[in-house]
Design a protein around this ligand. Structure first.
Ligand code: MOS
Length: 732
């Protein structure tokens, strides 16, 4: 089914099942610890051997000699894989550095060997006996230093402009020119990267933890020089991805190579200390923002430039993305620049682009409002736009940012905020409120699904869509139940297997809308087949309460499949509606913080997100997405930072003791509101994504609240207490 014109009324609009706050159908499996994860497939794979990865101890250079003698003699060792004996490997599309390094080394902890043994302990012990002689060469690890050598990246549209920014900025009576920095960050998902690989002849099955099955199959096949149909990935449950599992990673490739050499299934998990440097991370950014406005607060010029680092062939963080679209202003520029660094590969993490971009832009907006002596919320509302400000003949499909602000201000009690910083005190706490816009683009991706109807009226949905803790199982069941006029408990959802039709996968908050739209398409086809069986036209059949009603007669849904299952398969594809209309999601984030007047410790006291993101397919799982994302926003604002060893070229704090993320005790009650909205441009579901929207803007709202509490403006994230303590007002 090709989606080329705005959605009209369709069966989803009945909202009997879709739109209901159903519990996650995978919830009991998760809470009882019985959902099988990639490293625990005892249920399906026997006689498994264990692999342990050896990571490069240098960041750049080459291996002169790799001596495996001692490791080979260690107890239980079955085989050791290195680039020397792995055979000729191809290279996947999605990775920048090769997943098995040597002799050239691209980054610290790049995998250089896999030791396979009978037990986990034997593999781990033997891995310590692999002797490697390196010839290190000097690398570049310091973004601030390499910034001036940064290049124009190959990415699409590294520069955009409209009007004459330089002139308008020079002439503006009120101006801000400020630079903000965000650090390297790590996904820090709960489940490590893990894979179990098994060969049968030249056919490979890998039970893995991967957000994008079809990309993974493609890249694994390419790397192993196999036809795609010989590779099967199975990833039904994923303990978080956050972008870190979008692509094939070393553990999956090495499990496959290890299993081939050992002639036994092999499983490999990255250890926590290996994840941070072996896999991808979000690159640090340096962002310069200039805003010029009239004295009454109309933006006349806005410019956003961002620098970040990556390996050769990698892309910079697209931190300017939202600045192209969020506020009006006739004269504008954006630019991204890439500094070549020899740190591990930078790539997508938790709303790549907008998450760090909004951390800068929405503080700049707060600073500008202060210069204008305007309420920061009013300043934003005044500069709202209904069109793409770079191409003013292009409208947003839906844009209710102003309504998000108004609803949120009322609910949060924004009128209680003191404009003058440092005025509100609660015992030892300095109290402040902050606001920021939330913004994340809505991407649409083709997505396929197969639906089966059996004689008992049970609908089975099969698609390689993944559930990364997001609720895909549940919203797909809701979609199929709505389409077929039945209950969710009559729907079986099977996900995360490349034997099923290729889906949109989970990334970029496109999963919910695109994957359910694929299920919608397959169900439309199933409805047509059923009508055919009843020898009536498709619009003559009503699907309701588990029954088929046509021409005055009624049958149970399963009746038409009494003599054999009915199977329908289709794929949603998208025309150019997303080019003709700008599709984005919007939010208003409100935060109240307390800053300890003596120590500078910041505690978040209240949070509210008001979101406008199309139809909400399941308000309960959507709220879960948003509160999780808000929590990530607290992490980015206050805690998360990879420290770069600028001599050794690696992230020093590569475990969860040193890389801090928020825990329950850090987070207050989170209030989430969804505006009642449908977006007919997005898909027949009229839905969008919320997972990443919930993050974009939160950290800036916290920074702005800290300023309102303390009068201290911090432009370098994270806002740790050392950046506040020497500037705190004197005790009175
Ligand atoms: Mo997301 S960072 O595209 O998983």
């Amino acid at each position: 089914m090709k989606f080329t014109t705005p959605a009209t009324t369709n069966p989803i609009d009945q909202l009997r099942v879709v739109g209901q706050p159903l519990d996650r159908i995978d919830g009991p499996l998760k809470t009882t610890g019985t959902a099988p994860y990639a490293y625990e497939r005892h249920d399906v794979v026997e006689n498994v051997a264990y692999g342990c990865i050896v990571g490069s101890a240098i960041a750049k250079g080459r291996i002169v000699l790799i001596n495996l003698d001692e490791a080979r003699r260690a107890p239980g060792v079955l085989t050791i894989i290195t680039a020397e004996n792995a055979g000729k490997l191809g290279k996947g599309k999605m990775n920048v550095a090769t997943l098995l390094g040597g002799p050239e080394i691209a980054h610290y902890h790049q995998a250089i060997a896999l030791v396979v043994a009978d037990t986990f302990e034997q593999a781990t012990a033997a891995a310590q006996l692999v002797r490697v002689q390196y010839l290190p060469t000097a690398g570049k690890f310091d973004l601030a230093r390499e910034k001036d050598n940064a290049v124009v990246p190959k990415s699409e549209n590294p520069d955009t402009s409209a009007g004459n920014f330089t002139r308008a900025f020079d002439l503006a009576p009120v101006r801000l020119d400020a630079t903000y920095t965000t650090p390297d960050q790590s996904h820090a998902m709960m489940e490590p990267h893990a894979s179990t690989a098994r060969w049968e002849g030249n056919r490979l099955t890998v039970w893995t933890s991967n957000q994008m099955i079809d990309w993974g199959v493609g890249d694994l096949a390419k790397t192993l020089n196999l036809p795609k149909e010989n590779v099967r990935l199975i990833s039904p449950y994923i303990g978080g991805g956050f972008g870190g599992k979008l692509f094939l990673r070393a553990e999956a490739l090495l499990a496959a190579l290890g299993a081939r050499a050992a002639r036994r299934p092999v499983k490999v998990a990255l250890t926590r200390p290996m994840i941070f440097n072996n896999t991808t991370h979000r690159p640090a950014t340096i962002q310069r923002i200039r805003i010029g406005a009239t004295r009454d607060g109309k933006i006349t010029a806005i410019g956003h430039e961002s620098w970040s680092g990556n390996l050769e062939g990698g892309e910079p963080e697209n931190a300017v993305q939202q600045t192209r679209l969020l506020y009006a202003g006739p004269n504008r520029i954006t630019a991204t620049r890439l500094a070549l660094l020899d740190l591990p590969e930078g790539n997508a993490m938790r709303a790549p682009g907008e998450a760090p971009g909004m951390m800068a832009l929405e503080v700049a907006m707060d600073e500008m409002a202060e210069k204008l002596q305007m309420d920061p919320l009013q300043f934003r509302i005044l500069n709202d736009t209904k069109v793409d400000p770079e191409k003013t003949d292009r409208r947003f499909s839906q844009r209710r940012l102003v309504e998000c602000f108004r609803v949120g201000a009322e609910r949060f009690g924004w009128n209680q905020r003191q404009a003058q910083p440092g005025r509100v005190r609660d015992g030892r706490w300095l109290i402040g409120m902050g606001v920021a816009a939330g913004f994340r683009n809505n991407l649409v991706m083709p997505s396929g699904a197969r639906v089966r109807l059996d004689g008992n009226g049970i609908i089975t949905v099969e698609t390689d869509m993944t559930d990364i803790g997001t609720g895909s199982y549940t919203i797909i069941a809701q979609t199929a139940a709505e389409m077929m006029g039945t209950q969710v408990d009559k729907v079986v959802v099977r996900l995360g297997d490349s034997a099923f039709p290729a889906s949109a996968g989970s990334g970029g908050q496109w999963g919910a809308n695109s994957a359910t739209a694929g299920v919608y398409a397959a169900c439309v086809k199933l409805r047509e087949i059923i009508a055919q069986k009843l020898t009536v036209a498709p619009d003559e059949v009503a699907f309701r309460d588990g029954m088929l009603h046509a021409r005055g007669q009624s049958f149970p849904l399963g009746y038409v499949a009494a003599h054999g299952e009915i199977v329908a398969e289709d794929r949603i594809e998208f025309g150019d509606l997303d080019k003709r209309y700008q599709q984005s999601t919007f939010a208003a984030h409100f935060v109240e913080v307390g800053v300890d007047a003596a120590t500078g410790e910041t505690r978040v006291r209240r949070m509210l997100a008001v979101c406008a993101a199309g139809r909400i397919i399941n308000p309960k799982s959507a709220r879960s997405q948003v509160i999780g994302a808000m929590t990530m926003g607290v992490g980015a604002a206050l805690m998360e930072e990879l420290f770069v060893d600028k001599r050794g070229g690696f992230f020093v704090n590569h475990d969860l003791a040193g890389y801090e993320v928020p825990v329950h005790a850090d987070i207050p009650h989170q209030d989430v509101v969804f505006l009642d909205e449908t977006d007919p441009m997005s898909s027949p579901m009229k839905a969008k994504g919320v997972g990443e929207l919930g993050l974009c803007g939160v950290s800036a709202a916290i920074a702005n609240a800290i300023y309102n509490a303390s009068g201290i403006r911090v432009r370098e994230y994270p806002i740790t207490l050392d950046k506040l303590i020497t500037k705190l007002p004197e005790w009175v």
